[in-house]
Design a binder for this molecule. Structure first.
Ligand SMILES: Nc1ncnc2c1ncn2[C@@H]1O[C@H](COP(=O)(O)OP(=O)(O)OP(=O)(O)O)[C@@H](O)[C@H]1O
Ligand SMILES: [Mg+2]
Length: 471
């Protein structure tokens, strides 16, 4: 399906002719390419678009605010005059602003929609979330400039393009509201020549030509009927009419010559990303141990678990879940149990369970100087990976229990999880308590956070002197 070509009209300067440009360009483009659907909407709340294209009694159930609600944009349009499709404006748009979470939402929404042809977006003179979304989605951004200050304001737009790595060639300045009576001495004979030279000098490209200031055009939105009349029908005798015809031809040619539209590219990048994410998720699920890493219970979701911790070894060898009780037993036996009463131990376990969901844990076995001996560190980290507390335990090589015949449970645990013997180095596990849906830790942002902590640990482990034992 061909995705629409987006033309955004934007300038941080008010009153430079953005809305006049957006509304009239829609009509001239529709006139030029009758078969092509042309859709127009405004993120400004002056309602000029509505006054120009919709009759007073037209039923308008939808509005531009819904563009971010997940509804197909094609369902929001209504048929306007001059055969232009309109998404009605919305007075309370600013109240919805908090629902916008990024600059790419509009692009993704339009990419998923059934809208086709050309889409023209009028923006407000503020680089707010709506304007940023309209810029992000655009194949062509036309920036009206009427004087030196409005040209000066382009630097914020330019910075936004750089920050977002947007293709700068989509930006085109258009001198507007040019007073053609003014003449200068010297190489730049009039305001148009001067503005164009300023623009080029600052590294901007310009559309060909300009839009002149015309009293007739200015009068088209002030009349007893409260309508806004198009230049094509009510300003045909003006130069501005010819200038708009020329502009529409340029935009139409650009559209014809452009390859896949920007939102088409964004949509295919998005689906590639989703595909890759799904593959990685499958891979993570496939390498999970089918049982609790301590006992024989099958993975959570397939049997009764009291809760679980997710665990990965930093060498990438093992990944899986441990039932709460198994891990708590192992930890408390080893690090906390010895000197406390049963009641105190029980309340510590409850506290540990409750607070564990806000932490990451590291369990690490480090070889010590004595042959066959090691130290096990148990660290609690906060959500950012910063160390909150640390306990350690010496493991003698000689055995454990009354008869000193069995291995220490921690030694046994490490031996079962790691193929490689602990020789001179260390063996490290990262753990996190899972929620009601244990598998959710393997998905999207939850796993991205896990990976961030994991890579931080790997970096720190490659500089072991950076960590000091404080217990
Ligand atoms: N070519 C023109 N000749 C004369 N007046 C014009 C022309 N184009 C626009 N105007 C007038 O200039 C004023 C500002 O135009 P417009 O509303 O299109 O600017 P804008 O950039 O959208 O403003 P805002 O930033 O407030 O949304 C309006 O009164 C409009 O009628
Ligand atoms: Mg406007």
């Amino acid at each position: 399906m061909a995705r629409p070509y987006i033309i955004t009209i934007s300038s941080e300067k008010g009153g430079v002719g953005k809305t006049t440009l957006a509304t009239n360009l829609a009509i001239y483009l529709k006139n030029l390419a009758g078969d092509l659907p042309v859709t127009l909407f405004s993120f400004d709340n002056h309602f000029t678009v509505d006054r120009m294209f919709l009759s007073a009694h037209q039923n308008t159930r939808h509005h531009v605010g819904e563009l971010f609600s997940g509804v197909d944009a094609a369902e929001l349009v209504c048929r306007g005059e001059h055969d232009v499709q309109i998404i009605p404006s919305y007075a309370d748009l600013h109240s919805l602003r908090s629902t916008l979470s990024g600059n790419n939402q509009l692009a993704e929404q339009l990419g998923r929609s059934n809208l086709q042809g050309l889409v023209i977006i009028d923006t407000s003179p503020v680089l707010n979330a709506y304007t940023r979304n309209a810029l992000f989605a655009a194949d062509r951004v036309i920036v009206p400039v009427k004087d030196a200050p409005s040209l000066q304001n382009c630097k914020n737009l330019s910075r936004f393009f750089t920050e977002q790595s947007l293709p700068r060639h989509t930006l085109r300045l258009l001198p507007c509201l040019i007073d053609t009576r003014i003449r200068y001495k010297g190489p730049f004979r009039d305001p148009y020549q001067l503005l164009k030279a300023y623009a080029i000098n600052r590294g901007f490209r310009c559309m060909e030509g300009y839009i002149a200031k015309s009293p007739k055009v200015e009068s088209l939105n002030t009349n007893p009927e409260g309508r806004v009349y198009p230049i094509m029908t009510h300003g045909k005798a003006t130069d501005v009419h010819l200038q708009f015809m020329h502009l529409a031809r340029q935009v139409y040619l650009d559209y014809l010559e452009s390859g896949p539209s920007r939102i088409g590219k964004i949509a295919s990048e998005h689906s590639e990303h989703v595909f890759r994410e799904r593959q990685e998720l499958n891979h993570r699920k496939q390498r999970l141990s089918q049982h609790c890493l301590c006992c024989v219970k099958p993975v959570p979701g397939t049997g009764p678990w009291s809760g679980s911790f997710y665990l990965e070894s930093t060498d990438g060898g093992r990944a899986g879940f441990i039932e709460d009780d198994c891990l708590i037993e192992l930890i408390f036996e080893s690090f906390y149990g010895q000197h406390k009463s049963l009641a105190a131990q029980e309340s510590m376990r409850d506290l540990f369970r409750e607070s564990a969901s806000r932490s990451f844990f590291i369990l690490e076995q480090v070889a010590t100087a004595d042959a066959g001996s090691s130290r096990v560190d148990f660290l609690r980290l906060d959500e950012t990976g910063a160390e909150l507390s640390r306990k350690d335990l010496e493991l003698n090589g000689g055995g454990y229990g009354l008869l000193r015949r069995s291995k220490h449970p921690l030694q046994d645990f490490f031996d079962r999880l790691f193929e490689a013997e602990l020789e001179n180095g260390s063996r490290t596990l990262l753990l996190r308590r899972t929620g009601d849906d244990p598998m959710a830790i393997l998905e999207g942002t939850a796993y991205a956070r896990w990976q961030t902590i994991l890579s931080r640990i790997l970096v720190e482990r490659s500089e072991p002197q950076a960590l000091a034992v404080d217990s």
